[in-house]
Design a protein around this ligand. Structure first.
Ligand SMILES: *Cc1c(COP(=O)(O)O)cnc(C)c1O
Length: 410
């Protein structure tokens, strides 16, 4: 042993049974309304599915996997067969896309709007890629001309970007154009749609995107821990012919193919989570993407107008604003941690701060976009501001919310 630290003496007594509080003493008696940046509330059908365990292999699972893939293709808007699930968070799906398509010395252009897009760059660096980061101006979506110039200069094999940057509520509304320009120049596009998928349009095939990533606990309103990725035929060809094997065994797409496409074993799938995802996707299909986008547009717009009518400012300018997560500027001298603690303790609503920015964030993903949740949340925000001695016009805010929801529904 080279350690110079003294280890504690080894006790000869066995370890006693610990005293543990049952969950019901820890969890609130009434669940908090989850209006942060994820996880989001889950529908009853998803919760029920999540409470079951079935065999991870065999005929039943195979039918379920087939349906999950079919529904996922609709949600991703792709005809590519190469859709698969991942046991892990959205970040594991990001890492699956990156670590299969990118390897030592791959030139990767990472378009960065903030925290999550920077994570794609970090993942690329960790597999040894030659990474160039294109930083977007503050509160701005990616600039198409700058992206084109960077592609022409750096000649990347892959580019990475987010559709929506959840951390600062900026949206790359020009994703379609970026992917088209990348494709013209022979480079693959990897898109993180963790917070946006099924909340706003994304058409993988028509927009010529090569890999799309999503998580369970945001737009899809499933549980955290089971995620999805779709690869285009071109991306799959790159994976099939790549030199060597990816470093992460669990995230090796060709091993995952065994389970997701050949009915055999890779690792034991998170069966309950897959059942939950099945139900979440089924509900998306039942609603239909167009109607679902319209619900998100209407609800998020109504919330944004309500916030402004209250006298607070939105963080992102309209031209680059994300609807899936709404960022609200904090009044001078107010900390996001104080707002989040007060609204949770007194009004039983959970919202989020951000990574160092003076904003609070309210999610508008999946089940969060329901009129009753909006009324409760906007009211709770107004009351919390009053509690913190901020002057707000709560009646106007509520009236604005109501009129937007009614008008929009007409
Ligand atoms: C939440 C989120 C992630 C990370 O998802 P995890 O499930 O927390 O790993 C990545 N990208 C975006 C855009 C997100 O919103």
């Amino acid at each position: 042993m080279s350690s110079s630290r003294q280890s504690p003496p080894i006790s000869r007594e066995s370890i006693a049974v610990p005293t543990i509080k049952p969950l019901q003493q820890i969890l609130p008696s009434e669940p908090l309304l989850m209006m942060g940046a994820g996880p989001v509330p889950i529908p009853e059908a998803v919760a029920r599915a999540n409470s079951q365990v079935i065999n991870h292999l065999g005929a039943t699972m195979s039918t379920i996997i087939g349906q999950v893939k079919t529904m996922a293709r609709y949600v991703f808007q792709t005809r590519s067969p190469w859709v698969m699930g991942i046991a892990g968070p959205g970040s594991a799906a990001m890492e699956m896309a990156v670590s299969n398509l990118v390897w030592r010395n791959t030139r990767v252009l990472c378009i960065s709007n903030g925290y999550f897009s920077a994570r794609l760059a970090e993942m690329s660096r960790r597999v040894g890629a030659d990474v160039k980061v294109l930083e977007c101006a503050e509160k701005s979506q990616a600039d198409l001309d700058q992206v084109i110039a960077a592609i022409e200069e750096f000649q990347p094999e892959c580019i990475t970007l987010v559709q929506g940057e959840t951390s600062n509520t900026i949206c790359n509304h020009n994703l379609r154009q970026i992917a088209a320009e990348a494709k013209k120049r022979g480079c693959l596009t990897i898109v993180d749609a963790v917070c946006t998928l099924s909340t706003m349009p994304l058409e993988m095939d028509r927009w010529q995107i090569d890999a799309v990533i999503t998580g369970g606990q945001k737009g899809l309103s499933s549980i955290p821990g089971v995620s999805l990725v779709a690869f285009s035929e071109a991306a799959w060809e790159r994976i099939r012919t790549r030199p060597g094997t990816p470093v992460h065994w669990c995230l090796d797409a060709r091993l995952a193919e065994n389970f997701w496409h050949k009915g055999s074993y890779h690792y034991t799938a998170p069966v309950s989570g897959v059942l939950a995802l099945h139900e979440a996707l089924r509900l998306v299909c039942e609603e239909g993407l167009e109607r679902r986008f319209e619900r998100h547009r209407r609800c998020s717009g109504a919330l944004q107008n309500g916030v402004e009518a209250m006298g607070l400012n939105l963080y992102a300018p309209q031209s680059s604003r994300l609807n899936s997560v709404v960022g609200i500027e904090l009044p001078q001298g107010i900390a996001s941690s104080d707002v989040c603690a007060q609204i949770s303790r007194k009004y039983r609503v959970e919202i989020a701060g951000s990574f160092g920015l003076p904003i609070i964030r309210v999610g508008q993903m999946g089940e969060q976009c329901r009129a009753q949740n909006l009324f409760r949340t906007l009211h709770a925000i107004g009351c919390t501001m009053r509690d913190l001695k901020v002057t707000v016009d709560l009646p106007s805010a509520m009236a604005e919310l109501e009129s937007c929801l009614i008008d929009g529904a007409g």
